[in-house]
Design a protein around this ligand. Structure first.
Ligand SMILES: Cc1ncc(COP(=O)(O)O)c(C=O)c1O
Length: 375
C-alpha cells in the first residue's frame, strides 16, 4: 500500500462498539481488572497504555514501516526516554547541528548522569568514521537539521554506525514519514516531534519514537516511559492521529510553497545565503533528492548585514507570524539566534521560516516587502 493510503487508514478501523468511523477518544485513566488485578481487555492504567494512543502508535509504525512506535508527551520526552533507556555510561554521538534543546539535554542531564555525549558532524562520513573508532551505543542524526537544513545520508550513516556496533537514531521531524522513511534506509529508530507536521495545526504537543524492531530495547523504552512518566495524553494522541490523516496532502503543498520561496530568496540582493535542500546549489541536494520525496516546508536564510538586519526583516513581515515552532498551516518566521539564546551557534543573521499553506504569491509578496523595508 502507498503512503497516502496507509496514513489515512492505519489504526483507523471503525469502533467495534458503535461502528464510529472517527476514532473514539478514551480519556479513562484506569481500566477494569480481573479479581486478581489482570487487565481484562489489554489495558490497566493510562501511564502504561491507552486505546487511543494505541491507534496512533499503530498508525505511526505503519507510516514509517517500523515494527512498533511509542507516543510521548513531547518530542523532548521521546528523545530523553530513548537516551535514558541506553546502558548507563553509554557513549552517544550527537550530531553537532541537532535541535538545540537536545544539545542541552546532553549537557545538562545525560552527561551529569554518566553518559558520554560527543558532538560530531554526523553528516560528514569521515568525521563520523573517525569518532566511531571508539565504541558508541548510539549515533543521533537529524536530517534535515534544525535550523540549518543540513542533510545527512541516512543509508551511509546507518552502515557506518552498524559496522561499529552502534545503533542509528534519525530525528525526522522536518521531513515527516510523508517525505522520508529512515527505517527503510537502515536506521534503527526515527524520532518525531509530533507537535510539528504530524499534528499539523500548532495546537498539540507530542513526540514519538518509531522502532525498526520490536525487541528488548523497545520494551526498555516502554518501561522508561512507564516509570519516568513522559506518556502522551489520550487527547493529544487523538489530535495527532487526526493530523496524520492529512499529512501527505499538507506536505506536498508545504514543499511546493517552500521551494517557491527558496527560489525567490536565492536571487534577492539582500540575501546572503538560502538554506533549503530543494535548491540545486545546496550541499545536501543530491542526497536529499535520493532519500526524500520532496524537500519539506522548512527553510532558513541569512540576511546581509547580520543580526540587526535579520531582526529588521522579521519585524517587517505582515503575513508570516513571528513565533517559534513549525509545521502548522500558518507561516511562521523567527530570528533563530535570539530564540536559542547565549551559546547558540546559529548564524546571527539567520531567519528561519516555517512555510505554511497560504497562497505562495502572498508569501513571496510579504517577504519582498519585508526585504525592502529598512529597519
Ligand atoms: C527537530 C526537532 N526535534 C525535536 C524537537 C522537540 O520537540 P517538542 O518541542 O515536541 O518537545 C523539536 C522542537 O522544535 C525539533 O525541531
Amino acid at each position: 500500500m502507498r503512503f497516502e493510503t496507509i496514513a489515512i487508514h492505519a489504526g483507523g478501523e471503525p469502533d467495534p462498539e458503535t461502528g464510529a468511523i472517527a476514532p473514539p477518544l478514551h480519556l479513562s485513566t484506569t481500566f477494569e481488572l480481573s479479581p486478581d488485578s489482570r487487565p481484562l481487555r489489554g489495558y490497566r492504567y493510562a501511564r502504561e497504555a491507552n486505546p487511543t494512543q494505541t491507534r496512533l502508535e499503530i498508525a505511526l509504525a505503519a507510516m514509517e514501516g517500523g515494527e512498533g512506535a511509542l507516543f510521548f508527551a513531547s518530542g523532548m520526552g521521546a528523545g530523553a526516554a530513548l537516551a535514558q533507556s541506553l546502558e548507563p555510561g553509554s557513549r552517544i554521538l550527537l550530531t553537532h547541528d541537532s535541535y538545540y534543546a537536545f544539545q542541552l539535554l546532553a549537557k545538562d542531564y545525560l552527561e551529569p548522569f554518566g553518559f558520554r555525549c560527543e558532538r560530531v558532524p554526523v553528516g560528514d562520513p569521515e568525521a563520523l568514521a573517525r569518532a566511531l573508532r571508539e565504541p558508541a551505543a548510539l549515533v543521533w542524526a537529524e536530517t534535515p537539521s534544525n535550523p540549518l537544513l543540513n542533510i545527512t545520508d541516512i543509508g551511509l550513516t546507518a552502515a557506518l554506525a552498524h559496522e561499529a556496533g552502534a545503533r542509528l537514531l534519525v530525528d525526522g521531524t522536518f521531513a515527516t514519514p510523508a517525505l522520508q522513511r529512515p527505517l527503510e534506509l537502515g536506521a534503527d529508530f526515527v524520532l518525531h516531534s509530533t507537535t510539528k507536521y504530524l499534528g499539523g495545526h500548532s495546537d498539540v504537543l507530542g513526540g514519538a519514537v518509531v522502532f525498526a524492531r520490536k525487541d528488548s530495547f523497545f520494551e526498555r523504552v516502554l518501561h522508561t516511559r512507564r516509570i519516568l512518566g513522559a506518556a502522551g495524553s489520550p487527547f493529544n494522541a487523538w489530535m495527532v492521529l487526526r493530523g496524520a490523516r492529512t499529512l501527505a496532502a499538507r506536505m506536498r503543498v508545504h514543499s511546493e510553497n517552500a521551494q517557491r520561496l527558496a527560489e525567490f530568496l536565492a536571487t534577492h540582493p539582500r540575501v546572503e545565503k538560502v538554506h533549503y535542500p530543494g535548491l540545486p546549489h545546496h550541499p545536501g541536494h543530491e542526497i536529499a533528492r535520493r532519500q526524500m520525496r520532496a524537500y519539506g516546508g522548512m527553510l532558513s536564510f541569512e540576511v546581509k548585514g547580520g543580526r540587526e538586519a535579520a531582526i529588521g526583516v522579521v519585524a517587517a513581515l505582515k503575513i508570516f507570524v513571528r513565533a517559534t515552532s513549525l509545521g502548522g498551516v500558518e507561516s511562521l518566521a523567527e530570528h533563530r539566534w535570539s530564540t536559542e539564546g547565549p551559546g547558540s551557534t546559529t548564524p546571527e543573521g539567520l531567519v528561519r521560516l516555517s512555510v505554511g499553506l497560504e497562497h505562495p504569491d502572498d508569501l513571496v509578496e510579504d517577504l519582498a516587502q519585508a526585504l525592502t523595508t529598512r529597519a
